[in-house]
Design a protein around this ligand. Sequence first.
Ligand code: CA
Length: 424
Amino acid sequence: MKITANNPSRKSWLKVEIASDFPIQNIPFGVFLTKEDVITIGTRIGEYAIDLAALHQLNYFEGIPLTDDIFMQNTLNDFISDGRTTWRLVRNRIADIFDEENPKLKENKKHRDKVIFNLSDVEVLLPVDIGDYTDFYSSKEHATNVGTMFRDPENALFPNWSHLPVGYHGRSSSIVVSGTKLRRPKGQTLLPGETQPVFGPSRLVDFELETAFITTDANKFGKSIDINEAEDFIFGMVIFNDWSARDIQKWEYVPLGPFLAKSFASTISPWIVTLDALEPFRVAGPKQNPEPLPYLQLEGNHSFNINLQAAIKPKKQTETIVSNSNFKYMYWSMAQQLTHQTSNGCNVRSGDMYGSGTISGPTKDSYGSMLELTWRGENPIKMSDGTERKFINDGDTVILRGFCENDKVRIGFGECKGRIRKAK
Ligand code: CA
C-alpha cells in the first residue's frame, strides 16, 4: 500500500511554520489530556493537537477497520497492535482530512471545534504503556570512547561487540514523557582514593543522547523473527534521554551491568514518529566488518539520516548546544537489534521500547554524553552564561532534539527535555 501521507507537495489548511517538525507529512501519534480532562489519542500538525477519537466518532475514518474505542484510550498499545496496514490507512486518511484541497472538516466549524486544539491548551502524556524496555550499545564511536576511557585504548571494544548488538534489559516503570520533573538520584558510590562506599546524591549526573523504537506484537513465545521482516514490527521512533549517574554506575556495574545508575529516570519525546514518515530519509548504515552472522545479514538501506542535538539550559539562562550527532552513525540497525532480541525465542509485545544506546558521532562535538564531551570531566564545556559544566548541575534542563530534512520536507520529533532538581 502506498504511503500517500508522505507526498511532499501536499499542504495543509492548518497553518504550519516552515521550520516546524510537524508538517502534514509527519503525522506522528501521541496521547494528550484536554482542558476538559479527557484523555485521547491524537496527532500533531504544526502547533495543533488533533483528537483522533473525536475524528473517529464523527466518522472520518469510515471504511478503515477500527474498533469504536480504539482512540478513546490512555495509551497507543491497542492501536499499535492493529499492525502496519492499519497505521498506514489511518495516517493516509489524516493527511487527506487536513489537505488544503479537502473542504470536509476545513469548512465544518462544529467538527473543527471538537477535533482541533491549540497545543498550548493540552498536556501531552506518555504515549505507550511500556511493558519491556531494552537498551542497546550500538554506536561504535560511543563504545570505543567508553572503552578507551575506562579500559584499554588498544582493546576498547570487547570481542563480542562487532558480532552482536550488545544490550541489557532496563526498567520501564521510570520512563517518563518530556517535561516531567526529575530529581538528582541518590545512591552508593566509591569516592576516589577511598576503600569504603558512601550513600548520597550522585555527583555525576549525565544525559545519553539516544533514539528509541516502539514495537508492535512481533513474535510468539519461543519463535524468532526473520531479519527481512523485522522492520514491519517497528511502529515508530522517539528521542530518548537515558539519564545516567556515572559515579553510581562505576561502582555498581560489575559484573551484571547498569542497574540503579540508569533506572531513576529515562525521558522520551511525546510524539511517536512512524517508520513510514521516516521512509524518505533512509540511508545506508556504516559498513559492517566483520560480516555479521547470517541471521543478522540484511541487504539495502536500514539506517535513517536523523540529525540529533543535545543542549543544556541552566536555570533562567539561555541554552547552549553541546552536541550535534546523527542517527546514521549507528553501527547496528534497528532491524538487527530487534532480530537479535528475538533470536532466542523471547517474545516482543506491543508498546515495548528499544533504546539505541548513546549515539556518538566521529568528531568531539558530536559525542552523545557529557562523559565523552568533557572526557570524564577533564575538559569542561563553557556555557553561554559563562559557567562551566563537567556533568549536569541542579537546575539544568537538558533538551534533546531530532529531525530529518531534505529540500522538500522536514520531519522532526520535537523536544525531549527534563530538568534536574536538587536531591531530596
Ligand atoms: Ca544508554
